[in-house]
Design a protein. Structure first.
Length: 323
């Protein structure tokens, strides 16, 4: 395992799920890798590559199917592979890698602003907006709409088991946006009262399915049944090109201690996973930095995304339980 403090810290933060949204996770992973690259002796390109691959493997072990972190790793590993193919020196390789990390951080920041701009257009003055769980991208949409002088009310539920919906409540209070909160079982009551639904995404597959916090799928079903538009705010870093090669999403189960106390006997099992999959037919549009897309159109952009051969090999090993 990598011994660098920046990698140890980000691995722990990903493992314990304290970072927040997928884009924020990608940002922290990219920043940690950039710190590792700066602090590693670049005189030997082979040694530099080994250190980076070790860190990437450690990050992969704890990272669920969040597309932005995986795309960030594809970017870093892809640049490393190009440097090796061009026989660059260690110093040149390190310079290229640091430039890639900086570019990626700029893309993450800029993409969210554009998604916010396009998403704000879908909120009208006086709307009731339902959102589920938490998404820094969705928060940016709301802040953009408020900055334009639009008055609207946000409804959100707890999003058990981790109660990320309460993070949204906190952010809306800080932003001065009218917000109401309820339990997840009230989704069937609250969504029909709303004019529009916004959710974030952890990953978008090549066939337009969206992976998000469990509860997003039933929210979409209710929205469809009542004719409420259901928008997914997701920049193209959320598009998962590994689904093009058939790799399944890695989704963690709900942990026993998140539902039951120790008073319950072992034969009472906790079932279910922390993310669910919303099929494309329930989604009005994916709001990305390139505009509003039908879910089936996302694959066109995935075909243009670079994938690291080495990272794909590691992902295959992870899928088979080898790492």
């Amino acid at each position: 395992m990598s011994k660098h403090p920046a990698i140890l810290e980000v691995v722990q933060r990903v493992r314990t799920d304290v970072i927040g949204g997928a884009a924020d996770t990608a940002k922290e992973i990219t920043t940690a890798l950039a710190t590792l690259i700066r602090d590693t002796d670049g005189s030997n390109p082979s040694s530099l590559a080994m250190v980076i691959e070790e860190a990437v493997t450690d990050i992969l072990r704890v990272t669920p199917s969040l597309a932005p972190p995986l795309n960030a790793l594809h970017k870093v590993m892809g640049v490393l592979e190009e440097a090796q193919a061009d026989s660059l020196s260690g110093g040149e390789t390190r310079t290229s890698l640091l430039a890639a990390c900086e570019s990626l951080l700029q893309v993450i920041a800029g993409a969210r602003d554009k998604v916010a701009q396009y998403g704000a257009e879908k909120i009208r003055d006086g709307d009731v907006v339902f959102t589920y769980s938490m998404s820094s991208t969705v928060w940016a949409v709301f802040l953009s709409a408020k900055a334009r002088g639009k008055r609207f009310r946000v409804l959100v539920t707890e999003s058990r088991p981790a109660n990320e919906g309460m993070w949204t409540v906190d952010e809306m209070v800080k932003a001065g946006i009218d917000v109401g909160v309820s339990v997840d079982a009230c989704i069937g009551e609250l969504v029909p009262q709303s004019d529009v639904v916004f959710v974030g995404a952890d990953a978008v597959s090549s066939h337009g399915t969206v992976l998000c916090k469990v509860g997003s799928y039933p929210t979409a079903l209710i929205a469809k049944a009542h004719g409420v538009p259901y928008y997914v705010a997701a920049d193209t870093l959320k598009f998962d090109p590994t689904t093009l090669i058939g790799l399944p999403w890695k989704v963690e189960p709900i942990h026993r201690d998140e539902v039951l106390t120790k008073a319950y006997p072992d034969q009472v099992s906790v079932v279910g996973k922390v993310f669910d999959e919303t099929p494309p037919e329930l989604i009005t549009a994916v709001i990305s930095e390139v505009g509003l897309l039908h879910p089936s159109a996302c694959v066109t952009l995935m075909w243009q995304m670079k994938m690291s051969k080495k990272l794909n090999e590691l992902l295959l090993k992870r899928s088979s339980g080898e790492i």
